[in-house]
Design a protein around this ligand. Structure first.
Ligand code: IMP
Ligand code: MG
Length: 178
């Protein structure tokens, strides 16, 4: 498998994850319970590295969603569907959604609405990446790793048709390799 062009290297990712963890440790210093809700599958590496650096009391939950139609297909409508829910009650907890990337923003709008209805004490978003050129929905990102251009990225949890997900860095997938 040929090497893909690196967009964000391992060292830069780890440094930024450390900075985000510092921000989160400070912001939630007085929390009774922080619940990280990782969005599967893309967030699993980011969440893992982030959580290792948290010093505030926290739990980990996962949620899985899927877009109607494949993301790469023209049937993609922006509608989102729940595949797997969190396992525990979120009422009264400080909930932090941990996402790999905000692209159109439809997933986050759906998730924020879904989780807000569970009456958390607070609800915020931490995403590793954001592609502002493609974002259609009005999304507030409280903790952001990196802003990237409108290119397809893989690695550090992100995939293309399940490929390249476990690369330790974020690479750009050139159009001729899709
Ligand atoms: P949104 O609803 O359009 O914001 O899409 C968010 C989801 O699409 C992300 O959680 C990813 O799973 C996927 N996605 C969007 N852009 C990329 C990319 O460049 N690489 C890999 N997955 C992506
Ligand atoms: Mg995702």
């Amino acid at each position: 498998m040929a090497d893909l062009p690196t967009l964000i290297g391992e060292t830069d990712i780890q440094q930024r994850v450390g900075e985000l963890a510092d921000e989160i440790n400070e912001a939630y210093a007085d929390t009774d319970l922080l619940v990280l809700v990782g969005v599967l599958k893309g967030s699993f590496m980011f969440l893992s590295d982030l959580a290792k650096r948290l010093r505030v009391p926290h739990r980990v939950e996962f949620i899985a969603v899927s877009s109607y139609g494949d993301r790469e297909s023209e049937e993609h409508t922006g509608a989102v569907r729940l595949i797997m829910d969190v396992r525990h009650d979120l009422a009264g907890a400080d909930v932090l959604i941990v996402e790999d990337i905000v692209d159109t923003g439809h997933t986050i709008v759906y998730l924020k609405e879904l989780l807000q209805a569970r009456h958390p004490k607070s609800l915020r978003l931490c995403t590793l990446l954001h592609k502002p050129d493609r974002t259609e929905a009005d999304v507030e990102i409280e903790y952001l790793g990196f802003t990237i251009p409108d290119v397809w990225v893989v690695g550090f949890g992100l995939d293309y048709a399940e490929r390249h997900r476990t690369l330790p860095y974020v690479a750009e997938l050139p159009p001729d390799q899709r």
